[in-house]
Design a protein around this ligand. Structure first.
Ligand SMILES: Cc1cc2nc3c(=O)[nH]c(=O)nc-3n(C[C@H](O)[C@H](O)[C@H](O)COP(=O)(O)OP(=O)(O)OC[C@H]3O[C@@H](n4cnc5c(N)ncnc54)[C@H](O)[C@@H]3O)c2cc1C
Length: 470
């Protein structure tokens, strides 16, 4: 009987690909690896397959190595590429490079690994959508949309971000309109617009900024409204010395009220020294997962209701040049940031009628736009996600949502916890699906660590090391 184990990874973006690469690096005996990717044979995923070369990374180059134990890997790769020589200067580590350059980097890593496989690794790459998993006695069978089912001993769900949920408005029929773009990452959201028309962007974060960049880049000269409940606008990255004074005060047991007062005190302190408050957020980041893991459910709910948006503004910042580009559009009246609640969207005579209840005066504001783009951020409640794989696994109880409905319930190492609260013997997850468990589970600096650890975990589960040592 063939007892070589099969590990299948569903999703071949950054997380799936880096888990695969770490499995190849760490395996010491025969293993079947399968990578299933819905759209193409590229590890770029949503973030690094962007259609616009002006969409930049929101993490500086120095922190974007794909490998946790080779921190200069990305920087050295850039330096080795004559095409990118214009970026090579003393500022390179702090530069926010175009995201499609990072896509090129991932393509090269991926191709070099799969073209130089160790003999004992059997790799199968399938371009297809996984739509279901049937559990059998010995493992699981992955059901694919267009190909034969596939047996696996262990399965990793590396599915990335889901398109944003529709906002709550008076009449949902608007969401069938061709004036509405629910997916803000596709280039169609910014194409075929009248030059002097107007656009409403729902959401005021980094994806809004990407869309504004693309619209203006395409020659759009009209007015862009962007609305979010608070109307916060992303802050700018600043070069400054790390602030670490807060760290020694951060230790368990963590409580949100205590943390909040420590935070406030330190923010006051840094402001008095002429440093901006984001320095405190940056200082706390290495501890965020530890803090989140030990907060009570009530405290997590309090964080989500009162602090989440402020945290987001301080945490997800813009490169300086893009920040000033946006401020310039704001000062010219071409971009208006509105704090308020979206009430109504209705298509009337080929235009969209918008009603917003403004935060500043609680009054209703009405205007007309040509198009609406949803930039509210990825949908996270898996009980409502209308994708075959997610809804089938959810219906079978093989996955369930975490207590905050931010992703899949799991152990911090990615082992899935099923609906009946038992630990799944074969399902694992990684990346943004772990947001409810780890909170900080979004960007390359933490995802590369997860990929390495998960590969180690899978290998120990499938006994690939001990066999060699016997
Ligand atoms: C627009 C954007 C910009 C970002 N910019 C940065 C940045 O500058 N720096 C940073 O560190 N992080 C950034 N991020 C965070 C980003 O989420 C991570 O860096 C990383 O790309 C996430 O990788 P992933 O594998 O989880 O998701 P993805 O890269 O999106 O990959 C998921 C893959 O799974 C496939 N898939 C999904 N379902 C199925 C299925 N049922 N069957 C088969 N295949 C399936 C998808 O087709 C996709 O290829 C950005 C995110 C977004 C959305």
């Amino acid at each position: 009987m063939n007892n070589i184990k099969t590990i299948a990874i569903i999703g071949g973006g950054f997380c799936g690909t880096m888990t695969l690469i770490q499995l190849i690096k760490q395996s010491e005996s025969a293993v079947n690896l399968v990578l299933i990717n819905k759209i193409d044979n590229s590890p770029r995923g949503i973030a690094y397959s962007t259609y616009n070369s002006k969409h930049v990374l929101n993490v500086p180059a120095a922190k974007m190595s794909a490998f946790p134990d080779e921190p200069d890997h990305f920087i050295n790769w850039i330096k080795s590429k004559p095409d990118y020589k214009d970026f090579i200067d003393d500022e390179l580590p702090d530069t926010f490079l175009p995201r499609n350059i990072y896509g090129h980097y991932l393509d090269e890593i991926y191709n070099s690994v799969i073209n130089n496989l160790p003999e004992f690794i059997n790799l199968k790459i399938i371009i297809d959508e996984a739509i279901d998993v049937n559990v059998s006695e010995n493992g699981a069978e992955i059901i694919l949309k267009n190909s034969e089912p596939l047996f696996a001993d262990k399965i990793v769900l590396a599915l990335g971000n889901f398109i944003p949920d529709n906002p709550k408005i008076l009449d949902n029929s608007f969401f069938n309109s061709d004036k509405y773009f629910q997916n803000p990452w596709q280039k169609e959201s910014v194409l075929n617009l009248e030059r002097d028309g107007s656009v409403l962007i729902i959401g005021t974060g980094l994806t809004m900024v990407d869309n504004v960049i693309s619209l203006t880049d395409n020659g759009f000269n009209g007015k862009i409204y962007a609305v979010s409940t608070n109307g916060y606008f992303p802050l700018s990255h600043k070069k400054r010395k790390p602030y670490t004074d807060i760290i020694e005060e951060l230790h368990p047991p963590y409580e949100i009220s205590k943390l909040f007062s420590i935070f406030r005190r330190h923010i006051k302190h840094v402001l008095s020294k002429g440093i901006t408050g984001e320095a405190v957020v940056d200082a706390v980041r290495p501890k965020t997962q530890e803090i989140w893991l030990s907060l009570s459910l009530n405290d997590k709910i309090r964080f989500m209701s009162h602090i989440r948006h402020l945290w987001g503004v301080a945490r997800h910042r813009l490169p300086k040049n893009i920040y000033f580009q946006m401020q310039d559009l704001i000062s010219k009246g071409r971009l208006e940031i509105i704090g308020g609640r979206l009430k109504e969207l209705k298509e009337i005579s080929g235009m969209v009628y918008v009603v917003i209840k403004e935060r500043k005066n609680q009054e209703l504001r009405e205007f007309i736009v040509n198009r609406v783009i949803n930039c509210t951020g990825p949908m996270t409640d898996i009980s409502r996600i209308d994708l075959p794989l997610i809804s089938n696994l959810y219906k079978k109880g093989l996955i369930t949502h975490d207590e905050m409905k931010l992703g899949i319930n799991a152990l911090p190492d990615g082992t899935v916890i099923q609906k009946d609260n038992s630990v799944s013997p074969f399902l694992f997850t990684i990346g943004s699906l772990l947001k409810g468990i780890l909170w900080e589970s979004t960007a390359v600096p933490e995802l590369r660590v997860q990929a390495k650890a998960l590969a180690g975990e899978l290998i120990s589960h499938t006994d690939l090391r001990s066999k060699l040592k016997q």
